[in-house]
Every structure is written in structure tokens, then in C-alpha cells.
Design a protein around this ligand. Sequence first.
Ligand code: BTN
Length: 254
Amino acid sequence: MITNLSVSVIEQTTSTSDLARSAIDDGAVSGTVFQAHIQTRGRGRHGRVWQSPKGNLYLSVIVQPSRPQMDWPGLSLVAGLALADTFAPLINNGHLRLKWPNDVLVDDKKIAGVLLEVYKGVVIIGIGVNLVTAPDVGAESWPATALTDHISQPVFMDDFRDQLLTHLQHHLAEWDQSGLQPFIKPWTDYAAFLNENIILAHETGKPTHGRFRGIHPDGTMRLETDTDGMLSISAGDVIRTRPVKQMDNPFNKD
Ligand code: BTN
């Protein structure tokens, strides 16, 4: 799917995914990558801001799948797995897991995220990795961490990026050929909160409570609810696990 990767590194931009959009306007091909050292309007999932100070990794990859568009949401799991495979050999202090659909967690704190966008029939995979600094998120947001807190040897940004792109290119080729099926087991091996109670927030409406039972073959979440049985969830945000942990419970004094 990507025969050649071509990486352009820019000091500062609004968002690397904006650069990708302009490049698509100009006919850019699959495998075109934009990396920036600083983003002034970095964006995350669900319209959130992705704080993008210097030192962390921000990149967007242009991808033209040959699979039908209905399969494309699965790419967010594929990208998450490429990230997990990149982090795995580096982290020597902390538990690496994936939070559906594609947040990378270490010790339950977010270290990287993926934003999938479709523009003019082309996919843009935007990836942000907290290499050296974790954003100062408010109490309402999922806590964050950075790679430097979980390694013993320094990791260079270019090396991390090259490893990530190698994993991504390999996984994308396999996905384009075979779909999500080969990724279900490896993704599930990294899955956070498997068989635990979770709360899933939606763009509109009330959150759904249920037990996270892994993923369906199409990558949607298997959420077992008390009221409606097993649901297939295609979008949403795991905001919390349940029951509330002792240390988080304001009514718990010890
Ligand atoms: C998330 O909310 O977890 C997704 C974050 C994605 C951030 C990356 S940084 C590179 C690319 N450019 C953006 O503006 N966003 C993505």
C-alpha cells in the first residue's frame, strides 16, 4: 500500500494533518509523511486540542487504501498496534497497553494518540507521541505520561519515528491485503480494561456503562451491558473504569 515513505520535517505548523490535506490537494501519494517539531493548532479526537510543544513527536501519514471505505475505521487499531510495537522494546518501567480504539497507555496514563481523518477519499493517520513532556491535562481528562519516565536509555526522536514508520508500513501492507483479522489477537494482547467495567462517553447523549469484552472482527468494541446485552460500539471514548478506585473515591478517607 505504501511503496515508499517520504518524510518532510517542518519546524512549526498549525497541524501536520493540515499539511497532509494541502499535499492531498496537490496530488500527494500514499506514504507521504509530514512531521513537525511544534504544532500551533494540534488536534486530537473528538475536537480536543493536542498540546504540541517542542520535544515530542507529531506526524501525519497519507494513506490510500485499496480496501473498501467501510474497513477504514480499522486503521486506527492498526496504527495503535504499530505504536505499541514501537514502544514495547523501549519501555523497561511501566505497563504498556492499548485503550480502545487507539490510545497508548503506560501505567494507565496516555503516552500517544492517533487521529484518523478522511480527506477527499484519502486517509490521514495523525500520530502524537509524548516523548519528553506530558501535557498538563485537567482533572476531567485522562492523565498523561511521557516516554522519558519509562526508559533507562535516551531515545532519539528520529530513531523512534523511523521505527514507528517501519512498523506502520509493515502493518498497513498486511491490513490492505488481509483486513483486520490478523490484528485481532495482537491488539487484544495489549488491550487495557479487558473484562473490566468501563464507562464509554459519546459525542452526544448519556455515557454507556458495561463490561469491555474486546473487539469484534471489524474492530468495533464488544461492550456487554446489563440492559441491552452485547453491543457493537463503533465510536466513543473510554472515560473511566468502574468501580471507582479507592484512591479516586472522595468518600474514601484511607
Ligand atoms: C488523540 O486525541 O488521542 C489523537 C491525537 C493525535 C495528535 C496528532 S499530532 C500529529 C497530528 N496532527 C494533529 O493535529 N493531530 C495529530
